[in-house]
Each structure stands twice: as C-alpha cells, then as structure tokens.
Design a protein around this ligand. Sequence first.
Ligand code: ADP
Ligand code: ADP
Length: 230
Amino acid sequence: EIILEALDLEYHYPDGTNALRKINLRVKRGEKVAILGSNGAGKSTLFMHFNGIYQPCSGSVRYRGQKISYKNKDLIELRKKVGIVFQDPDSQLFSASVYQDVSFGPINLGLLEETVVSRVNQSLAATETMDLEDKPTHLLSYGQKKRVSIAGVLAMEPEIIIFDEPTAGMDPRHSQEFMQLLEKLSKKGITIILSTHDVDLAYSWADRIAIMYKGEVIADGEPGELFIRP
Ligand code: ADP
Ligand code: ADP
C-alpha cells in the first residue's frame, strides 16, 4: 500500500533555483526509506513538500492516494499524519520548558489532559529525556535538544516520520543509539523516511534507498539492487 508519493514534482525557489526536477517517489506503509544525496541535492526541499509546507510548482504530492489539498484545515490533518524532525533542533523548539514543548502539539489537537500527559510521558521515555521535563529548552545540550525535538514529533503520534539528516555530526555511539530508536518506531508500524550522506547507514538500515543528485532522483531501489559508486 502506497502511503506517500511524489508525482512529477517540480519546485523552484523564488530566486529561480531549480531545486526539484520531475521527482517521482513512492513510499509504502511501514517502509524504511533512506534518501541519499550530497548537500544541495534537494532532500530538504522534497521533505517540505511531504507535509505541505511547500506547494509544488508542478506535479503533485499524494497521501494515501489523495492529492494534498493546500486548504488550511486539510493541512492541519496532514501534519498530524506526517511529522518532520528538522536538522536544526533550534528551529523546532520554542516553548520555555521541555514539558511545555513536547505537550504543545497534543494540547493543540484538543486531546483530553490525561491523554496529553500520557503521550508526553511516552515520548519523553522513548527519547530518554524524562529527567529533562522541567528544564528550559535553551539550556539543553545539542544532543538533548535533538532528542526533545524528536519527542515533540512522537507526541503527535504520526503515521510517517521524516528525519532530515538525523545523524549528521553524531559520533558513532550516539548514531547507534539513534538507530535503535528508529528500529523501535519502525516496529510500531511507523513509516520512516530519512536523509543522509552516510552510505553505510543507508545500506544497513533501509528497505529502500533513493539517491538524489541536483534535484533529481537518479536511482531508487532495494539496497541489494543498487550499485553505489563510492
Ligand atoms: P539538501 O537538503 O539535499 O541539502 P536542499 O533541498 O536544501 O538540499 O537544497 C536544494 C537546492 O535548493 C540547493 O541548490 C539549495 O541551494 C537551494 N535552496 C534551498 N533553500 C533555498 C532557499 N530558501 N532559497 C533559494 N534556494 C534554496
Ligand atoms: P548528550 O548530552 O545527549 O550526550 P551531546 O550534546 O553530547 O548529547 O551531543 C550528542 C551528539 O550530537 C554527539 O554525537 C555530538 O557529536 C553531536 N553534536 C553536539 N553538538 C553538535 C553541534 N553543534 N552540531 C552538530 N552535532 C553536534
């Protein structure tokens, strides 16, 4: 079952930069997809289309076979289903304390208070940030911010989580811990898409790898099918 797809998706920035050229990509429910590509390949721009932050210049994005509608109320629904963890956690954390930050999304959904509390607690536990709940977000270390920004997305209980270069700058130990978290999310049935420069990581983790180069998907397949020139 295809959960998310880009069809002949094209996007150029207002300054004329051609960031995406006829992108075709299909993601199945429960799949683990790695998007490999160097800086500037278009990975982040593509991700911004997957939850409707950007609107294609031509082509379309479909969620469960339905073309995304860019009406406000439909976008709110889409963003419950498709969560993005941005590369820079500072762009994602804006509340005073960790607890406030992680509870912001669920409160906005209008959930019962006990549901909010239980979602926040589960998300903090999953990211091992329980002990930080009263801490001001601006006092956290980079790694802590990263984990809290993930907790904020988990608390929305999305079907799909997109991670923009999640392991960039991580040492091997943190990177491994992060991959273990991904494995747990995947076992729960969450569809995961991540971008990375790390060929080994993509090979060992992904069900499917798409390689982007200068705004195009130049290869797409199971790790075993793809030949990657180092
Ligand atoms: P990646 O995530 O693979 O590093 P991006 O999606 O960030 O790639 O960038 C794709 C292309 O779009 C690059 O050429 C980049 O310079 C350009 N780009 C990204 N953001 C902007 C922007 N706000 N305005 C103009 N060009 C941009
Ligand atoms: P923790 O407190 O969770 O151990 P750290 O702050 O020590 O987290 O960092 C976690 C990971 O993030 C480490 O792998 C580290 O290399 C990386 N990291 C720390 N600061 C930065 C930064 N400014 N930019 C990119 N990566 C960073």
